[in-house]
Ligand binder design. Structure first.
Ligand SMILES: *Cc1c(COP(=O)(O)O)cnc(C)c1O
Length: 472
């Protein structure tokens, strides 16, 4: 297990620790010899929940149980003391750990670690924003010099909430400098912003809503050459299309609210990290198992934790992730092609379009997982997700006329849904950051963000077409 090395271990506690060490060794072997050999779909469907778990502990329930309970009871004081010193696996108190969130965490750790030969672990959070806060916070702690002017480097093309968290909460309120990278494909720009007070590099890709992208391997190498971790927000791709840890990233943050769930039932997030990550923070536990470290210490004290009901609902959505991301990506491609040809559309940003400036780079990274084992494909195929954006000719007014004319596509500040959803970022998700920051991030007033759902693309296209006729 982790922390608390200064606790005296009694003989009775040791008995519990020994028994649990056998269980943990068994689990490790099961993961290594069985689960890690499964295909992606099998992991998504089962995760670590086994027939044996069900029969031994959960009345044979074939679905992971939802443990609404706040706390766990112990057999005796020895078990309690061992558990609260984190010497044995424990549910102790649901702010810290819970059996339902445990299964959710393992499924995500295994999916993000699919194809990676090292180990990964996951800490669930109550939202994507909580995942980002939780992931960056440990790297910002004061080291020897209390007056050190700490900084980090991040892609300016990012989710509006992330921009606010970094520029307002960290920069303005905490005096921690966020150095924005304007062109994430320019490695020299990344490099020029790193100095001895830099704590981590952070990048979102593909970015929401502009579909920014960067060379993960090159940026990870750069980070590691400075003894820094690379944190990646991979919400838009999901592990079905991209697994940044396989390309050298140290930590992935997910807003599971989005494509991972797609049903639209609630807000949730996750931090997934590889074991033994790279950092200039002097803390062995943090390096060895980052997810466990934040789960047992920082998040115990801050409390941004996931509800067990939400954990199981999200887990249930994730079982079909691969086939869903395939369908949604194909639909988005059809819609992007339609928009590209439309006379009332000024430009379309979709990484799948061959004339997108980042198409080639994105095509190196965005692959439908296991397509080579799929009867339908039998070879690797690129898939680019279901987020796209486009600009309507004639400025903001026409964009709003088009937007208001949509009949079945939902107007909402949401994405990743099984239903098509559109928004105008400048008046919604990216409204608070103001004109200047919006222009840095490349978000004009006439930009519409569209997340294509699982409806038949013919019907989605028909709705777009009739609304575009109203514009201009
Ligand atoms: C929505 C979103 C977030 C924030 O997630 P919540 O679950 O809404 O807190 C972070 N990053 C990206 C890319 C997002 O789209």
């Amino acid at each position: 297990m982790a922390p608390t090395d200064d606790v005296e271990i009694t003989e009775g506690m040791q008995r519990y620790i020994d028994r649990n060490n056998i269980y943990l060794a068994d689990r490790e072997r099961y993961i290594r010899e069985v689960v890690k050999k499964w295909k992606f779909d099998t992991i998504a469907v089962h995760g670590l929940y086994t027939v044996r778990d069900a029969i031994d502990d959960y009345q044979g329930s074939i679905i992971e149980p939802i443990f609404m309970s706040t706390a766990q009871a112990y057999r005796d004081s020895d078990e309690m003391a061992a558990a609260l010193a984190y010497k044995i696996p424990t549910w102790c108190y649901s702010r810290i750990a819970n059996p339902s969130t445990y299964y959710y965490e393992w499924t995500l750790a295994l999916l993000e670690g699919y194809g990676y030969d090292g180990e990964t672990s996951c800490c669930s959070t109550s939202s994507g924003m909580a995942a980002i806060m939780t992931a960056v916070h440990p790297f910002l702690k004061i080291q020897e010099d209390v007056n050190e002017k700490r900084n980090f480097v991040a892609t300016v093309q990012c989710y509006g909430g992330t921009y606010q968290q970094f520029s307002v909460r960290l920069m303005q309120e905490q005096n921690i400098e966020c150095r924005w990278v304007l062109d994430a494909t320019n490695l020299d720009e990344w490099a020029s912003k790193i100095d001895s007070h830099t704590r981590f590099l952070y990048g979102e890709l593909p970015s929401n809503p502009q579909l920014g992208f960067f060379d993960i391997e090159a940026v990870a190498d750069l980070a590691h050459s400075h003894n820094l971790p690379l944190i990646v927000d991979s919400t838009i791709a999901t592990p079905a299309l991209l697994r940044p840890i396989c390309h050298g990233a140290d930590i992935v943050v997910q807003s599971a609210t989005k494509s991972l769930t797609s049903s639209g039932f609630g807000i949730c997030g996750a931090v997934i990290a590889r074991k033994n990550l790279v950092t200039n923070i002097n803390d062995e536990q943090l390096k060895n198992d980052f997810s466990l470290h934040i789960k047992y210490l920082q998040n115990r004290d801050f409390g941004p934790n996931l509800h067990p009901m939400q954990a199981v609902m999200t887990l249930n959505d994730m079982r079909t992730l691969r086939s869903k991301m395939d369908l949604l990506s194909r639909n988005a491609m059809a819609v992007a092609r339609f928009l590209e040809e439309h006379p009332r559309v000024e430009s379309v940003q979709y990484l799948g379009l061959p004339n997108h400036p980042l198409h080639e780079l994105a095509s190196r990274y965005l692959w439908l997982v296991d397509a080579e084992y799929d009867e339908q494909y039998g070879k690797p195929v690129n898939r680019y997700g279901h987020l796209l954006s486009f600009c309507v000719k004639g400025g903001a007014e026409n964009a709003r006329r088009f937007f208001d004319g949509l009949q079945r596509i939902w107007r909402a500040t949401d994405l990743g849904r099984i239903k098509s959803v559109a928004t105008i970022p400048a008046i919604s998700t990216h409204q608070q950051q103001g004109d200047e920051a919006r222009s840095l991030a490349g978000i004009p007033h006439n930009m519409v963000r569209l997340c294509v759902g699982a409806e038949h693309p013919t019907d989605t296209i028909a709705d777009l077409d009739q609304a575009l006729r109203l514009a201009g």
